[in-house]
Design a protein around this ligand. Structure first.
Ligand code: ZN
Length: 181
């Protein structure tokens, strides 16, 4: 299976709200297989369709307990608070400590139309919130405070200047806080 290029910050597809999936077609199944390959190759533990340029509400994940696909996901409830150093494959090389709910209840359907209902805590809960953000056109930058955001803008503009020279491999992939998606 081939891997697809992951869209990075600056690409408008990352800022667009993805649309509901109305029918699971063969093409959509192949897309999710390709997304999983791309996610493992990155490596990351999740990948949302907009990150490969597809504006559909679907994401794939594997936080170490096997791959999964969720179609039309929603978060039905959340609880607690948890700070975690979060990265994003679409913002290569940068991570920030971000506060989000510690537990979430994720619902949706799988590729066979079966209901998905997962009570997630800590890392998987963080992963699901991150993917849902991607489906709504939200990026990590939107969760930063003013100081973090100012610093991020500087770093990102330096990266943008450097990008045409050479495509750098993703930094931080081997760090404990690897990019979520
Ligand atoms: Zn991401």
């Amino acid at each position: 299976m081939s891997t697809t290029e992951i869209r990075v910050i600056g690409d408008p597809v990352l800022r667009t709200r993805a649309t509901e999936v109305t029918e699971v077609t063969g093409a959509l199944v192949r897309l999710t297989e390709d997304m999983l390959t791309t996610m493992y190759d990155a490596p990351g533990i999740g990948l949302a369709a907009p990150q490969v340029g597809v504006q559909k509400r679907i994401f794939v994940y594997d936080w170490g307990e096997g791959p999964g696909v969720v179609v039309n996901p929603r978060i039905e409830g959340s609880d607690g608070e948890w700070v975690y150093e979060e990265g994003c494959l679409s913002i290569p090389g940068l991570t920030w400590e971000i506060l989000r709910p510690k537990e979430v209840h994720l619902v949706g359907v799988d590729l066979d139309g079966n209901e998905v209902s997962i009570e997630a805590d800590e890392l998987p809960a963080r992963l699901f919130q991150h993917e849902l953000d991607h489906l709504d056109g939200v990026l990590l930058l939107d969760h930063l405070d003013l100081d973090q955001r100012r610093e991020a803008r500087l770093t990102l503009s330096e990266l943008a200047l450097a990008r045409p020279v050479a495509r750098q491999p993703i930094v931080g992939a081997s760090r404990p806080a690897s990019p979520l998606s």
